[in-house]
Design a protein around this ligand. Sequence first.
Ligand code: SF4
Length: 397
Amino acid sequence: MPDAPDDGPYGLYIHTPFCETKCGYCDFYSVAMKDRDTAPVVSAIIAELRSRVDEFGGPVRTIFLGGGTPTVLPTSELSRLLDLVEDCVDVGSLEEFTVEANPATVDDPTAKTLVDHGVTRVSMGAQSFFADELATLERLHTPDDIAPSVETLRRNGIKNINLDLIFGIPGQTAKRWTESLQRAIELNVEHVACYGLTYEPATRLTAQRNAGTVIPCDEDIETDMFVQTREILAEAGFVRYEISNFAKPAFECKHNLIYWRNEPYIGVGPSAAGCVGRRRYKNISDINGYVRRVAEGGRAEAESEELSRDMLILEIILMQLRLVEGISVASFQARLGESPFSVFGDTPFRLVEQGLVEKSDTRIALTESGMLVANAVMANLAAASGHVERSLPIIPQ
Ligand code: SF4
């Protein structure tokens, strides 16, 4: 089996694990700031970053500073982290440098700090333009915080802004979802990411649903919202390039495209993951353990594995099929030394007949209908390759 590229260029993800408070639906690894001293964690992230960048050597294409909410760090700590990034990476030659932020966490000094350190893109967790929906999600900001935060970023020179929005919030109607989309469009941002609300295990929102105090959005309404999203954003000049992501031309998120195309990336910080060549790792999701293990001079990995052929095929299905461009036949062949058509047999043909997949000599991609049942299509392809992904539903033959 041919080897995957492992000498860069690669994407760099940096995870800062602090938020002002913990939102009820969130299962990302982050802790509430309260009176925490963030300095030891930032120092450990810096130490890991130096060592990982030295180890991998190749040029960095993109950086994504996420979390958590990086912009809740004290400005001095954020500057210290960004100074070190500039020290380790040729920031001027990056294709993209994204920082995640939340509305009401971006003031002029913070925005200026980002721009001064080479940040080119900000991804903001707007989520909804309705106060009661934000309250259901336990978000701290209000709808009135969103536009001023976008204006602050613009005033300081950020030319590429994404807004994250969530549909399927309990109590949300299709009309309200449309209004949230329109409010985002009016802010003239370059990119919008629209995710259906998921009930992750061990979150407060899931506990509320299980207790009956929160009633999930009706599935048919959620499907309508999904369909409306593309229509409304297309009218405003946004092109869907991934199931949940829409961009004005040339503003696709280059960093996330690295993940979806199964290209190499490294991750630093608590809970961050990386995958270079066939080696995939994930750091521990525990601030104190992370700081201790990095200080001892080692890695803070919770797990690390060599991807087998079957695991790599599953990764390609789960990631590349999310893209409108779909699975690249050439890239599949280069990574595995086999054609996807020989691996998947007649399953793609059957999925084409069902209107769920379209295929050519170069691509296998979901249709619009296929996107509505993406997990099931992925499960069918996984099963065809001999990998049974039991958590995914199979479409009957
Ligand atoms: S702000 Fe984002 S990362 Fe932080 S708790 Fe809320 S959803 Fe999670």
